[in-house]
Every structure is written in C-alpha cells, then in structure tokens.
Write a protein that binds this ligand. Structure first.
Ligand SMILES: *Cc1c(COP(=O)(O)O)cnc(C)c1O
Length: 357
C-alpha cells in the first residue's frame, strides 16, 4: 500500500490549477500573466509587480538545508497553519474521515478539521501531560486519516520522546499519517530533538516546522511541511497558486543567512536561560501552585487564583495567555518568555501582588 491511498481519491484525480508562473520558462519580456509592466513605488528592486515564484528555489534550498531534508520532501507556505489546512483537506473526506488530537493542545488542528467537516477524536494527555501512546492507538478507527502530535506541546511545553514518535509511526503504517508539529523544537534542551530525520524511514510521517517562533519571523508567515515526496507533490496540487509574498520570502532569506542564524541562535540561548530563571523564581512565589516543565519558549503556570494574577499583570500592561478553558488547565496561564527586562517586570508584579495579599 502507498501512503497516498490514505488521501482523498478526488484530490489525487483532479487537474490542478496551472498558473502563468508555472507554465513559463525562459524569456525576458513577460506578457503572460496580466501583471503591470512597472514596479510599484517603494519597491526597492523586489519586483512586486510580478507574481512570486510559487516555491522559490533559494528559499526551498535554505529551508531544506536547515531541516536536513531533500528539496522534494519540503513544502513551504503561509505558516504551518497553511500546511495543517492542506493536510486536512487532502486526507479527510468531509462528513466521513477524522483527525485524532491530544488535548490540551494547539487549537488549529481541530479548527481545520471542523472547517472541512472532518471528525475530531480526542485522546487526552495523561495527568502529567505526557502522551498516552497506547490509548491513542486504541482510539484509531478506520476513519482516522491524520494523527497530530505537538512536541514540545503548546500550551503545556513537554517534549514527546522520539521513541514514542517511532512507536506511533510504526503502528500507524498503512492506517494514518502521523503529523508531528515541532513549532518549538528549537527551544528544546537536547541539541537535535527534531524527528525530521525519520521521514526517510516512515512514509506516513510528516513534520511541521515554522520560522514564526525561534526565527522571529511570525509576521512573515513562513512555515514548512517535511514529508515523503509523494505527500508533498499531492499537497502542491491543492496549494494556492502564489502562497508566498515576495517581501516575506526576502525577510526569510535574510533570517536564514549566516548573520540571521547567529542572531536566532543567540536569542534561543537567552530564552532557554530565562526559562530557567523565570521558572525558578515563579516556583518560589506564594500563590504559584506549579510551573510545568517546559522545553518551549513559554511556561504554563498554575496559580491559586489565576483570574486575579491575569488582572494584576494586565493592570501593569503585561498581557499573558489565559489557558483556563483547556482541559486540566483550569487554573493556568501561559507566559511567553520575553527579554530579561520583561521577565523581571512579570516577577515584580507577581511579587508585589503576593506581598499585598
Ligand atoms: C505557533 C504555532 C505554530 C506556528 O504556526 P505558524 O502558522 O507557522 O505561525 C504551529 N504549531 C503550534 C503548536 C504553534 O504553537
């Protein structure tokens, strides 16, 4: 069996849109795409009067090198959010198929499934927020086409052990595609915690990466899907014709240059250091019940009175994420690691609130 047998047959059969950019090759005078012949004001040589390359070679090469995969194993689009949407559309028949997720986790998997009218099967994380591999496997029905796991998990912060990912990939072979979301993997303590290197071994394994977190490019919206070349080719058939705006590609290329990489590494190191510092200081504060161990750029923190803490921080101009609606996190807030000065402000507000209480 081929992994594409899991995909929607009508997607495999359809004739994809063929854009002017895809059909053109060579030439110096471009009169094939109804573009303006003149660059807009303030263009700075970017050439924004032209439609962008659907998958710019320089960016694909840089991302493939960064993630350690071959070009044909990588698709890049508007954030990993776009890749999640494409996967659900390509693999889940509306009203019939389903995805499987492990709450509390990132909300976009379920949102994309609901947009597609695919089912959402939930297998809760264990009480300590680790993955229950046996329970996941027991819950996989023939309708489940995609199993999402998020590592480090948002909003709890734990990393899923590589052995669990492998066990799932093996057990799901010929049954479902395993999608591993590694949005925060650059912040993990282990040097190379990514499972991207396993996609050659498991054709039903896909990995999501993004430039939105460690690479400081959330505003440029550049995310990647790493997977078997056949899965990538299938998704290219349904991807919007021009997903990547030229200024965003430009920003990503600068971010991935030697200079950009050094800068990103420096900031990831600061985040790790500050995660230790903020976590340690929070654990010593009265009113803090627990700081969940985190391998990401945030801390999930349980408070005696999360409502009051949220309000105190907000009154001081500090906005954190209220995650109390998530299962098993009814007393928690998620605090992103900021600059050392920003983290100091958070601690000062909480210390003062604790002394006044
Ligand atoms: C932030 C985040 C993403 C990144 O989404 P982009 O669309 O690439 O910005 C993906 N997955 C998780 C779990 C996240 O928290």
């Amino acid at each position: 069996m081929n992994v594409l047998d899991l995909a929607r047959p009508e997607i495999r059969a359809m004739q994809p849109y063929s854009s002017a950019r895809m059909e053109a090759s060579g030439g110096q005078v471009f009169l094939n795409a109804n573009e303006s012949a003149w660059a807009p004001v303030g263009d700075h040589g970017l050439g924004c009067n032209r439609y962008p390359d659907p998958q710019p070679a320089a960016l694909i090469d840089a991302l493939a090198a960064l993630y350690g995969v071959r070009r044909e194993q990588l698709l890049t689009g508007r954030g990993s959010d776009e890749a999640i949407d494409l996967l659900v559309r390509a693999f889940c028949r509306a009203g019939e198929d389903a995805i499987l997720i492990q709450p509390p986790t990132f909300g976009m998997y379920a949102v994309c499934a609901r947009i597609q009218n695919a089912g959402v099967i939930e297998v809760a994380l264990k009480a300590d927020f680790t993955l229950d591999v046996s329970a996941i496997l027991a819950a996989v029905t023939p309708a489940v086409k995609l199993v999402f796991i998020c590592t480090p998990n948002n909003p709890t912060g734990q990393l899923v052990p590589r052995a669990s990912v492998e066990r799932l990939a093996q057990a799901l072979a010929e049954r479902a595609l395993l999608v591993v979301d590694e949005a925060y993997v650059e912040f993990a303590d282990a040097g190379d915690a990514s499972v991207a290197g396993l996609i050659d071994r498991y054709d039903n394994l896909a990995v999501l990466r993004t430039l939105s977190k460690a690479w400081a490019l959330a505003g440029a919206r550049i995310g990647s899907l790493l997977a078997n070349a056949e899965v990538i080719a299938l998704l290219k058939r349904i991807m919007p014709p021009y997903p990547l705006p030229l200024p965003c590609v430009d920003a990503a290329l600068i971010g991935l240059s030697g200079w950009g990489q050094a800068n990103a590494r420096e900031h990831v190191a600061i985040v790790r250091e500050q995660r230790e510092r903020l976590g340690g200081a929070l654990r010593r504060l009265p009113g803090v019940r627990e700081v969940l161990p985190s391998q990401a750029n945030f801390l999930a923190v349980r408070f005696d009175d999360a409502t009051a803490v949220y309000r105190q921080l907000l009154a001081a101009g500090i906005v954190v994420r209220d995650v109390r609606r998530y299962p098993n996190l009814g007393d928690a807030l998620r605090i992103t690691i900021g600059t050392p000065a920003e983290n100091t402000r958070v601690l000062a507000v909480l210390q003062e609130a604790a002394t006044c209480a």
